[in-house]
Every structure is written in structure tokens, then in C-alpha cells.
Ligand binder design. Structure first.
Ligand SMILES: [Fe+2]
Ligand SMILES: [Fe+2]
Length: 306
């Protein structure tokens, strides 16, 4: 049995002290948004018990699918690095960036520098700086391969869209085919949901191309964030339907509008061609401020819940 934990969109606070000149353009609107809404809903008071529950469950690996920060101020990336360290050793914690982690062009590369130990793939060399070509990263862990896809692009004001891009898609295709030959459980991390409909300003621009790659290569699981709500979809894959799972924000409280704060555990057993994956939802519920098991379902296997 191998256990993956999946959380997303902590939008960590508090906002660091910043010079007024840093709050121009897109960041200014992001700050107003954060003060107006996020500050009321997201907070340490709800995130800390959730993290304590994750640690108590002792998963083998923790996957964080982006939006760790708010407006990409330099100091926010240090806070996020501390947060990632609190989840476990970098070898056991993986992260992909979200749109808030690449909010403005001037700090596009900050996640690559500050979070490098958490997104360096198996073949990364410690002396070679990570860059956009470092994605997707592949981290082989037991029977599982964690594959981290970046959708991070700087966007104009009011936009929260993402893109994988043709180069990354080519590498993803080759990696997933190799990992299929190795008989791994391929767990793909991506911030933007690759299925479902949403307004263009929040969407994954090349979601159809991403789905086409996965349909060709197959994969065992896709984990995403961005929506701040529980989502369950699927992509038809070469080896059967690929579950596509989105988690609510890890910082949301019990009564959050889009869904109570939660994280998921995936309990993975079996071998290639005969995988079984059970998903457990752990977190808050409306009116209940204790973190506990809320539901479970079989995502993959002969007894899968469909
Ligand atoms: Fe988010
Ligand atoms: Fe997002």
C-alpha cells in the first residue's frame, strides 16, 4: 500500500510587509481581493489543524497543486518554502505552481528558486538551476511516479488562466509512455483543471491538447486545484478512464462558500493493469470545525464506485 496526500490552494497568509511601489498593477487588485475576501475565509486557524491531521496520517508522499501564495511578493515564497518543509522532507513533498505563484512577470522564476528541492525531478542536477524546461518533473517513489506539470504563465490583469505549452506536452507524452513501460502508477499533478467548463479567464488554454496526450498514453490519476471546490471528472485513457480529482482549498474553513477545507488521501495498491486506488476525503464540514474523515470512494479497481 502506498499513500499519497493531496492538498491545494493554501493561499498562505499573512501578507508580508511590502513597499507601496510593489503594489502596482495586477498586484494591487490581488491585494484588494485578498483583503476583501481571502482574509476572512482563509487562515492559520483552519490550516494548522488540517496539516496536523495530514502528518498524523503519515502519508508516503504529499502533493501540493499550487496557489501557495497570493500576489507573488518575494517574501511570500519564503513563507511557502517553510510551509512545504512543515509537510515533510523535500524528497517526500512535491509542488507545482499555480497562477497566484506566477502572478507577475518579475517574479515568474521565484517558485523555481525558492521551492527547488520540492520540484526537482529524479534527473535534476543540484548544480543546474531549474527553469521552465524542468517541467514536467518525474519523481519515482515506490510503485508510484509523481509527474508535475506546470501551467504557470504570467497573465494580464484580471486573468487567472494557465497553459501547458507544446514543448511540455511533448515531454509529458514521452515520460508517461516510459513510466507505463515501467509499470508505475502515474500520478499527474497540475494546478488548472484539465476537464470541465469555466470562463476563459480562469481556464487552461490548451486543456484539449493535454487531454489528447493523456488519452494516448494513459495515466492512473490526475490531481488538480484552482477551483477551491471538490471536483471529480475523468479523461478516457489508453488503459481505461483516468480519474481527475480537484480538492477544496486547504485554508478554507468549515463554512466556506465553495466547500469546506479538505485534503485527500489516495491509498494505492496492486500492480500495473490491476491497480486499486481508494480516495479518502479528510477535513471540515459545514458547522463542524473538527478535521476528520468525511467520505471515501474507490476511484480505480474492480470494485470502483462509478
Ligand atoms: Fe487558488
Ligand atoms: Fe488558481
Amino acid at each position: 500500500m502506498y499513500v499519497l496526500a493531496h492538498l491545494s490552494d493554501p493561499h498562505l497568509g499573512p501578507m508580508p510587509e511590502a513597499r507601496i511601489t510593489e503594489f502596482v498593477g495586477k498586484r494591487f487588485f490581488g491585494l484588494m481581493n485578498w483583503i476583501g475576501a481571502r482574509r476572512r475565509r482563509f487562515g492559520e486557524a483552519t490550516l494548522t489543524p488540517l496539516i496536523e491531521d495530514i502528518l498524523a496520517q503519515a502519508p508516503d508522499h504529499v502533493c501540493v497543486t499550487g496557489d501557495l501564495v497570493n500576489v507573488s511578493l518575494p517574501a511570500e515564497f519564503d513563507t511557502a518554502a517553510t510551509f512545504l518543509s512543515s509537510l515533510g522532507e523535500p524528497a517526500n513533498v512535491s509542488v507545482v505552481p499555480g497562477n497566484h505563484d506566477t502572478y507577475v512577470r518579475s517574479t515568474m522564476h521565484y517558485h523555481l528558486e525558492h521551492w527547488a528541492p520540492f520540484l526537482a525531478g529524479d534527473v535534476a542536477h543540484p548544480d543546474t538551476p531549474l527553469d521552465v524546461e524542468s517541467f514536467p518533473f518525474v519523481r519515482r517513489r515506490g510503485p508510484v511516479a509523481v509527474v508535475g506539470v506546470s501551467t504557470a504563465i504570467p497573465t494580464n490583469i484580471f486573468l487567472a488562466s494557465g497553459e501547458v505549452g507544446p514543448h511540455q506536452l511533448d515531454r509529458l507524452r514521452a515520460q508517461l509512455l516510459t513510466l507505463r513501460q515501467e509499470g508505475r502508477f502515474r500520478a499527474v499533478m497540475i494546478h488548472h483543471p484539465p476537464v470541465g467548463k469555466r470562463p476563459f479567464f480562469r481556464d487552461l488554454r490548451d486543456s484539449a491538447a493535454f487531454r489528447a496526450v493523456l488519452a494516448e498514453t494513459g495515466a492512473e490519476l490526475v490531481m488538480h486545484g484552482h477551483e477551491h471546490r471538490a471536483c471529480l471528472g475523468e479523461i478516457p485513457g489508453a488503459d481505461g478512464p483516468i480519474p481527475v480529482v480537484g480538492v477544496p482549498s486547504a485554508s478554507a474553513g468549515p463554512n466556506a462558500e465553495k466547500g469546506a477545507g479538505a485534503y485527500y488521501l489516495y491509498r494505492i495498491s496492486g500492480t500495473a493493469g490491476d491497480w486499486r486506488c481508494e480516495m479518502e476525503v479528510r477535513g471540515y464540514a459545514p458547522g463542524d470545525s473538527a478535521v476528520r474523515l468525511r467520505s471515501s470512494r474507490i476511484l480505480t479497481g474492480k470494485d470502483a464506485d462509478r
